[in-house]
Design a protein around this ligand. Structure first.
Ligand code: HEM
Length: 421
């Protein structure tokens, strides 16, 4: 049956997906799943004559993410639809600013064959084997960070551990100088917090411009003085005789920097909070640290960093789970909801670090499935193992209710997590 009327309260759906809500999204997701696997919601931009759909269950979300013929990430390829993506992001970017992953063309925002070319180039370097080979360096960074705080008996787990670990890992890989990393964090955080579906905070363009200008300068430096790092290799690289254009290179590097640390920081911070909030599970994990990889998968399933995959757009009139979807409609796979799908998991609202998970959608699915997933898993494994091995008395240092949450691009994260040990 086709039901075009929005079925969730307008305010709550919009604020949730724009990242402005501080409600727990999981109750709303459960409500939406009970209503259907494909539900109509208000379009994130006022006045648009399009329909928006949230895909709440695993099977249908996978169908959308894997059907690259009927769903595109690039609405400008649909006749007469222009580039609604920027409208969804709250307006057009400043055309005089250098391209970034957000304003330019990155692998995330294009379909085949461009996607294959862009991802193929970076995949030559970014192999699962290479990412696995980073273990010793990730371990070194985790230990250095804890060395700095161990004697104090307390720290802010976000500022002192969850945020710096991934930014150092990705910056080492790319060749971003140590002195610039704090500034990059400031830009990334401002961009992540300043953008949501249909929302763009004032000032975010300034940060995008500064991030783009910085990256353009870094690339120019690497052209002059190549080093043994990923940016220098991307500059050199040719794929089937096809070099990256300068705009593509800048979009790709800013994407790797941004995607490579915001999400993983969020996994470590939210994951640590979730474990502290489930003392039975935490004890089980501490008594057998070989369970950490399985705990990481469960933390990704239970409350992973990405609320939604990027919006997809129907390339033709079609039907999905009984709903008639029109060409050009926006279709949003809700990853956090699919990961609590009662048809896929027993007791999905429970955290169980020993759960056997055949599949979750925290890294997406299909051709755009996260390129950095093997790296995120290595970082998650080392971050939690090192934390619990070295600080077995880890506990919250503030009342649970006063833990500060913030809202990142279509996601929720913790801004500060004071702990004692
Ligand atoms: C826990 C950490 C992470 C999570 C939860 C995560 C999540 C995701 C998701 C859901 C997508 C797909 C988006 C879509 O289909 O619209 C994605 C894509 C991507 N991620 Fe991650 N990510 C994480 C870490 C990383 C890391 C460490 C990197 C490394 C640089 C990275 C790089 C990328 C890239 C380049 C894409 C685009 C892939 C494509 O379009 O082909 N991510 N990520």
């Amino acid at each position: 049956m086709n039901n075009p009327d929005p079925i969730v309260p307008k305010k709550s759906a919009l604020s949730l997906f724009s990242g402005e809500s501080d409600e727990s999204p999981f109750a709303i997701f459960a409500q939406m799943r009970a209503m259907g696997s494909v539900v109509s919601v208000p379009f994130p931009v006022a006045g648009a004559d399009k329909q928006a759909w949230m895909v709440t269950r695993m099977e249908e979300a996978m169908r959308v993410l894997k059907d690259h013929a009927r769903f595109t990430v690039d609405p400008s390829t649909i006749d007469g639809h222009g580039d609604i993506r920027q409208t969804l992001a709250g307006g057009n970017p400043d055309p005089s600013a250098p391209p970034t992953f957000f304003t330019g063309k990155s692998m995330l925002s294009v379909d085949e064959p461009d996607h294959r070319r862009l991802r193929g180039l970076v995949s030559k370097v970014f192999t699962p084997r290479y990412m696995e080979g980073l273990r010793p360096r990730v371990q070194e960074i985790a230990d250095e960070l804890l060395d700095r705080v161990q004697a104090q008996g307390e720290m802010d787990l976000v500022k002192d551990y969850a945020y710096p670990l991934p930014i150092h890992v990705i910056s080492d890989m790319l060749g971003v100088p140590e002195a610039d990393r704090e500034q990059i964090h400031v830009w990334s955080a401002a961009i992540a917090h300043g953008l949501g579906l249909g929302r763009r905070e004032p000032g975010v363009d300034e940060h995008l411009r500064a991030f783009g200008e910085y990256t353009a300068q870094l690339v120019a430096d690497k052209r002059r003085r190549p080093a043994d790092d990923l940016i220098s290799r991307l500059i050199e690289m040719e794929s089937e005789g096809d070099r990256l254009s300068e705009a593509e290179l800048l979009s790709m590097i800013t994407l790797l920097i941004f995607a490579g640390h915001e999400t993983t920081s969020n996994l470590i911070a939210t994951g640590a909070f979730t474990l502290l909030d489930h003392p039975g599970q935490l004890e089980k994990l501490k008594s057998d640290l070989s369970l950490v990889p399985s705990a990481v998968e469960e933390l990704l399933r239970f409350n992973g960093p990405a609320t939604i995959a990027g919006p997809r757009f129907a390339t033709e009139d079609l039907e999905l789970a009984g709903q008639a979807i029109k060409k050009g409609d926006i279709v949003i796979p809700v990853l956090k909801s699919a990961n609590r799908d009662e048809n896929q998991f027993t007791q999905p609202e429970e955290l169980d670090i020993t759960r056997t998970i055949h599949r979750h959608l925290a890294f997406g699915q299909g051709i755009h499935m996260c390129l950095g997933a093997p790296l995120a898993r290595v970082e998650g494994d080392i971050a939690f193992t090192t934390l619990l091995r070295r600080l077995p008395n880890l506990r919250l240092n503030v009342p649970r209710e006063s833990v500060a949450w913030s809202f990142t691009l279509s996601s929720q994260g913790i801004t500060s997590l004071p702990v004692a040990f």
